[in-house]
Each structure stands twice: as C-alpha cells, then as structure tokens.
Design a protein around this ligand. Structure first.
Ligand code: FE2
Length: 381
C-alpha cells in the first residue's frame, strides 16, 4: 500500500496497513474496506474515472448522525453509482491522537493512491471467473494459483472456504489471503467469500462477517454478474452439533434450514430464471463419496446435502464448485443423485471458468501448472 502524507512528517508510522479491498460491488454501489495502523477518522473520496480531483465526493460511514471515528477498521459503502461505469477512489485518513468529550487532537493525515473499479454492467455477457478454496492460511499457494490461472484476465474472484485454518487473531484474514488479494487485484476487483468450516473455528470466528460486509448482514448470498448468476451457500460445520469439538457452541442445523428457505426463494427469483449461466458455490460438495459415507461421521455435511440438494436438483444448475475434501474429483451429472456436475477442486488447485456464447469452459489447474480438467459444459443443458 502506498500512501502520501498530507502536511505531516514522512517518518510517521501512521498508514493504511491493510486494503483497500472492494466488497459487494453491484450495479449501483461498492463497499471499500481497509484498516489504519492507529485510531483515525477516515473516509473515501470518489470521482468518475479520470475526472479532476476537484470533482471527488467524500463518502463516510455514518450511523445515527455520527461519522465513524476513533477506529482502525473501516468499511465505507458508496452508493447511487451508475451501472457499468468506471470510478476512481482513494482513502483519506486523519490519525486521532486524543478523543476527549470537548477536545479532539488529530495527528498525521494520509491519502492513498487512486484506485479504479467498475460497477456491474447488467448487459454484460459471460466473463472469466477464478475460483479456489482450502488454501489454509498459505498466501504463497494462492498467489501461485492466481498467476497460473492468468488472474489479470479474470472479471471476478471467489474463495470457496477454508482460506484460513481458524480465526484466533484479527490479522488472520489479512495474512491468510486478503493482503495477497489486495497486492494483485482486490483494490480494483472484488473477491467474494464462501465460508468454510475452518472459518467457523477460533475465538474470533464470530467476527468473520465484519471483514466481508454485506448490506443484508448475511454470509450466504447470490451475485449477479451480467447474465451469470452465482449462488454462494454456507454449509457450516461437517460434524454433528453435539460433537465435543464444538463445545456446545454451534447452531448449524437451524441455520441450514433457514438457508434452504432462502435458497428456494433465490432459485425461484426472476433474476435466477433469467440468467444464462447458473453456478453454485459451496464449501462442502453436494454429493458424498462412498469413503466418507462409510465413516458415518459427517452429520453436518449430510445435513447440507439433505437440505440443499433437492432444491438445487430442480433449479437447472449448470455446475457446482466445492472444496473441503482436499482432493480433486469431478462428479459427472447423475453420478450420485446430483442433477448437475459437481467439482471438488482439491487443496492445491484452482478452477477457471470462461463463459461465452452459452458455453462454460472449465479448466482446473494445480500448483505445478498441471491441467487436471479442461472441458466445455453447455449452459442450460
Ligand atoms: Fe473444509
């Protein structure tokens, strides 16, 4: 992250130390997320691409009449943007050295460089999508896979769970995969996350959603990229709620039931039906290999299949991409009660989808650059 100091000592340690990264970019808005090294008052300046700086408008995170301040983690939503339009933004932040009832002492001010992003173009056809999972806090593996998949030619990025081993310190999401994403693309193109079971573990797991803010506050959701509909399921934990490892703190059965109701409404929606391509992302595969069935230990995974698969089987799904099992395996349509193909992409792999003219080209590569799969699936079949 490069920042310039505004009227302050160049030796100052005050800086934007994580991000900015984009979340929930839509046709008319985007969320900018970043952290500062000290408590601060921060905002986002936004202008049409290549417009003069004088046209930049300030956007704050305001709540109940107060602008957010005295914080290090910031999430600022910019709205009322035009569809399919390029914008430039930067972060301005003023260090707060003291915040008393009748006296605020500001320190250094910083401005990041300008970044450019585009809102979603509703008429966009197809696109190129990068998908991986199960990096387990190994950002070097992620960087290698992004490179091998030619990430610079991708329009969208999805992480399908277990990008971290657990969350036991606030830096874990950054050091595991966010910082690497920012270094390569995430200040200009958002990544979307699907939670894996490992991200439900650790004493800070309950802060997970704050790193990936959504207006509806949910972790599961759908994402419409032109004529591509992507549904992101949150499959929860793999074992039974009463397993000793969860210490009585999980409530996934009810959560998956709630989510199944939501899934029914999504696949019945006008947007879903109208989409040319329908891709489902889920950390757990929606089929279970015999070796796992024989273990009889995966109640949570079975519960996810029991609740989600019947809905998906009637929803003209083109492809489901999952992780979790750490093996590469491709389940043909109909192999195990699935009405659509299911990819388990493995712990050292990434999938790249190129969608064009009703064709979904699926390419799976591993960290050695080996191509494990390269097929074309006809959308809507
Ligand atoms: Fe997993």
């Amino acid at each position: 992250m490069t920042c310039s100091l505004l009227g302050a000592s160049a030796q100052s340690a005050f800086q934007v130390n994580h991000g900015p990264y984009l979340q929930e970019v839509t046709q008319d808005g985007a969320t900018v997320v970043f952290t500062t090294s000290q408590k601060a008052f921060s905002w986002v300046e936004l202008k049409p691409h290549d417009a003069p700086e004088a046209e930049a408008v300030r956007h704050y995170n305001s709540k109940d009449g107060l602008k957010e301040a005295w914080n290090t983690f910031s999430s600022v939503r910019v709205e009322q943007l035009k569809p399919g339009t390029r914008y430039d933004y930067r972060i301005i932040s003023k260090e707060m050295r003291s915040f008393q009832p009748y006296k605020v002492v500001y320190g250094d001010s910083i401005a990041t460089e300008w970044h450019t992003f585009s809102t979603i173009e509703p008429r966009k056809q197809g696109g190129s999508i990068f998908i991986t999972s199960d990096m387990h806090s190994n950002p070097r593996k992620l960087e290698k896979l992004l490179s091998l998949a030619d990430y610079k030619t991708c329009d969208a990025f999805f992480y399908v769970g277990d990008m971290m081993n657990y969350i036991d310190n606030p830096e874990a999401p950054f050091t595991s995969f966010i910082d690497t994403s920012v270094k390569l693309f995430a200040s200009s193109i958002p990544f979307e996350v699907v939670r894996g079971n490992h991200e439900t573990r650790g004493n800070l797991a309950r802060t997970y959603s704050s790193y990936f803010p959504k207006r509806d506050g949910k972790i599961y959701g759908s994402y419409l990229l032109g004529d591509v509909m992507i549904v992101m399921l949150d499959s929860g934990e793999d074992k039974a709620e009463n397993h000793w490892v969860y210490a009585g703190l999980t409530d996934y059965d009810a959560y998956r039931t709630e989510q199944a109701e939501w899934l029914k409404s999504v696949v019945g929606s006008k947007e879903y039906k109208k989409a040319k391509y329908r891709i489902i992302l889920s950390h757990f595969p929606m089929v279970m290999g015999q070796e796992w069935k024989d273990e009889k230990a995966w109640y949570g995974w079975e519960d996810a299949i029991r609740k989600f698969l019947p809905i998906l089987n009637k929803a003209n799904v083109d492809l489901l991409i999952s992780g979790h099992t750490h093996r590469y395996h491709y389940h043909e349509c109909g192999a195990d009660g699935n009405a659509f193909p299911v990819l388990e992409q493995g712990a050292v792999c990434a999938a790249r989808l190129d969608l064009q003219d009703g064709n979904i080209r699926l390419k799976v590569i591993d960290t050695e650059g080996k191509v494990l799969k390269d097929i074309v699936i006809r959308a809507g079949k």
